[in-house]
Write a protein that binds this ligand. Structure first.
Ligand SMILES: [Zn+2]
Length: 288
């Protein structure tokens, strides 16, 4: 399926979107998706013991061999998982598995007798069912952190989580960066969790132009941006993805004639910081 959107943004491979059916507009796992994976683990695996780890494709393992992963985890119980940005911190009563879902990662619980998918890469066999890490493109994957210090070290390069950051800290990180606000929002070392689609959605809700410089935002704009970021994230987590219904921008990304859901103005499109970006030229006025 070659649509206008794909010609406009050829880096987005149609096969990924079609095969995964996880939403045409939301092919890449973003914060709400990772939160869903966290919830899956908490609901179905927390408290359960890992019987063994089947590594079907070691290409998703980073810094650890398949056998070592199995040895390190077998016999341990899953504890309450956490999320930081787009990372899942899958704690056990021993080591922690750190998962980054890249472009096509997925974590789901399945009954043991359900046939495995050809893109299942690592399967944690439990006393009830299996937790399956599935990933078509294998751009990221799994690491093992032996203890809390190793978890901290692995997460050290990330900014605060976008859902957990406090208003004062958010103000400071915006004021401290001179780049376009869109580029600042998606920079994981500044703020962890926002991807391209979420950033556009949040800026549209906050009526802020993506190219406005972060450090030049007024206190009112920063206030609005923080409120809208939380609102968009909460609604997206509730929905399990970025909502694409009326009143949302995300569902319009592939429509070349799309108009602003708020004011009806044709949407503008351009690359900002190398990322395909859409906004309303009327609601989100260009910086002077
Ligand atoms: Zn508008």
């Amino acid at each position: 399926m070659l649509t206008w959107f794909h010609r406009w943004w050829p880096a987005n491979p149609p096969a990924v979107v079609d095969r995964w059916g996880s939403g045409y507009h939301n092919p890449v796992p973003e914060l709400p998706d990772v939160d869903r994976f966290r919830a899956n683990l908490a609901e179905r695996a927390e408290g359960r013991t890992i019987q063994r780890v089947d590594v079907l494709d070691a290409g998703v393992l980073h810094g650890i061999a398949a056998r070592t992963l199995d040895d390190a985890l077998t016999g341990h119980r899953w504890r309450s998982p956490e999320r930081h940005g787009k990372w899942l911190l899958a704690h056990t009563d021993g080591p922690t598995v750190l998962v980054h879902f890249g472009m096509t990662g997925d974590l789901r619980w399945s009954p043991a007798d359900e046939p495995r998918d050809r893109f299942d890469r690592v399967v944690f066999v439990l006393d009830d069912g299996e937790l399956r890490y599935r990933d078509m493109r294998k751009l990221q994957g799994l690491q093992l952190a032996p203890d809390a210090g190793a978890v901290e070290k692995a997460m050290a390069g990330l900014g605060p989580d976008a859902l957990a950051v406090r208003r004062g800290d958010f103000d400071e990180l915006l004021a401290g960066h001179r780049g376009a606000v869109k580029a600042v929002l998606v920079d994981q070392s500044i703020l962890a969790g926002l991807g391209n689609l979420l950033a556009d959605e949040i800026l549209w809700h906050a009526k802020i132009h993506p190219q406005q410089l972060a450090h030049q935002l007024s206190p009112e704009q920063r206030h609005q941006l923080y409120d809208e970021m939380r609102g968009v994230l909460r609604a997206s987590i509730r929905a399990g993805r970025i909502p694409d219904g009326p009143g949302w921008l995300t569902g319009l990304r592939d429509d070349p004639d799309a108009r602003c859901p708020r004011c009806g103005t044709p949407l503008s499109r351009r690359r900002v910081g190398g990322r395909a970006t859409i906004w309303c030229p009327d609601c989100q006025r260009a910086p002077r």
